[in-house]
Design a binder for this molecule. Structure first.
Ligand code: PMP
Ligand code: GLN
Length: 384
């Protein structure tokens, strides 16, 4: 294994899901729903398979039906206009979109700023691109992991090429506010930075929180690569359909890298996701309401079990602090939890360069059936 990748080992998601299988524990670790996405969308995939649509290589940028549907979704939900032929690219999940964006845009030695804790593929993708990651730590304050805009400003140097943003944020559940995004946009324009914004949880925002795409801020559309995922939005994480929207120049750049990673992926599923994106507003509202109820159930259960809970404004993850349980090492806690309580969770420390800053935090996923969440809560209630 080359030096760029050696530090990363096996992803925590593979490790913890394997532990769930061998111990029979309830898996609140890896973020995947335990029920599949909408029946009509599954039927659309079956039809595409049967009718021979997408069984051979689809076009490099993605099938026109899906690119049109992605552009339409950006217009309907955010009033953002993208040309489906030049400004949309279908990828093998958001994971490939992130990797291809960094491989396309980062020169060796360029600095890439990412919010810490960061989704684990960010660090590996920055490394594969030869970039240097510069983490800016979100710190707990008043019940929320908060971005310190002064720290962000201080992290920018003449070598900074790109800001890798994620809102709603995995694993903390933070949704960046309009005021925070306004300032981020101002800094990006002032320092002429590109921004890759991972918005895969765009439809999972709760209560008063609002997802505002960074591309919609003044001066941002021309410097922002926005990333979405059908895995998250429609609960088909196995289909690996993601997408990028940006300018013709930036989309062409990302495509240059993408064509040598997978070339294309997910043929028949692309047609099905084109139909999914056109689902009525009620689908998105129901999805959000279902996840909100699950968030409330799990947050209350974890609080009752003795955790300090950061009730998320978005995503399907809740971050907890284990110190009230007399614990301080999230790694040790998560490795022991399946035996101790029959539940799998993720230690947030894996998402940090400053491991000690993340040590006491543990993430639980609530994209699971109510019954599974209730059972997990029951088991966790015996921890203290
Ligand atoms: N970004 C974030 C923040 C995620 O949480 C995930 C999925 N866990 C991804 C990207 C990857 O998405 P996909 O499955 O579409 O590759
Ligand atoms: N995004 C999912 C999570 O954060 C995991 C995806 C993966 O296993 N790579 O749990």
């Amino acid at each position: 294994l080359n030096r760029r990748l050696a530090e990363f080992g096996t992803t925590i998601f593979a490790e913890m899901s394997a532990l769930a299988v061998t111990t029979g524990a309830i898996n609140l670790g890896q973020g995947f729903p335990d029920t599949d996405g909408p029946e009509p969308v599954r039927e659309a995939a079956v039809r595409a398979l049967r009718d021979g649509r997408g069984n051979q290589y689809p076009p490099g940028p993605g099938v026109p039906e899906l690119r049109t549907a992605i552009a339409r979704h950006q217009l309907d939900h955010y009033a953002l206009t993208y040309d489906p032929d030049l400004e949309v690219l279908v990828t093998a999940g958001a994971t490939e979109a992130i990797a291809a964006s960094l491989l396309a845009l980062v020169e060796p030695g360029d600095e890439v700023i990412a919010l810490e804790p960061y989704y684990d593929s960010y660090a590996a993708s920055i490394a594969m691109a030869g970039g240097t990651r510069v983490p800016v730590t979100l710190r707990p304050s008043e019940g929320r992991f908060r971005l310190d805009l002064d720290e962000l400003r201080d992290a920018i140097t003449p070598r900074t090429r790109l800001l890798l943003l994620n809102t709603p944020h995995n694993p903390t559940g933070t949704v960046l506010t309009r005021a925070e995004l306004t300032e981020i946009a101002r800094l990006a324009v002032e320092h002429d930075l590109l921004v890759v914004t991972d918005e895969v949880y765009e439809h999972l925002v709760f209560d008063d929180a609002e997802h505002i795409p960074l591309a919609s801020f003044p001066g941002m559309r021309e410097r922002t690569i926005s990333i979405g995922s059908a895995g998250k939005t429609f609960s088909f994480t196995g289909w690996k359909v993601g997408w990028v929207t940006s300018t013709p120049e930036l989309v062409a750049a990302v495509r240059s890298a993408k064509q040598y990673l997978t070339y294309v992926a997910s043929g028949p599923f692309q047609y099905a996701i084109a139909e999914a994106l056109a689902l009525p507003a009620s689908f998105f509202a129901d999805f959000r309401a279902d996840m909100r109820a699950k968030r409330d159930l799990l947050s209350a259960g974890l609080t009752a079990a003795g955790f300090d809970v950061y009730r998320p404004a978005g995503t399907y993850f809740v971050t907890t602090d284990i110190r009230p349980l007399g614990e301080s090492d999230g790694f040790a806690f998560c490795r022991a939890l399946p035996e101790r309580a029959g539940v799998v969770a993720i230690p947030n420390a894996v998402f940090y360069d400053h491991r000690e800053a993340g040590a006491p935090f543990v993430r639980f996923a609530f994209c699971k059936r109510m019954g599974a969440l209730e059972e997990a809560i029951e088991r966790l209630s015996k921890l203290r």
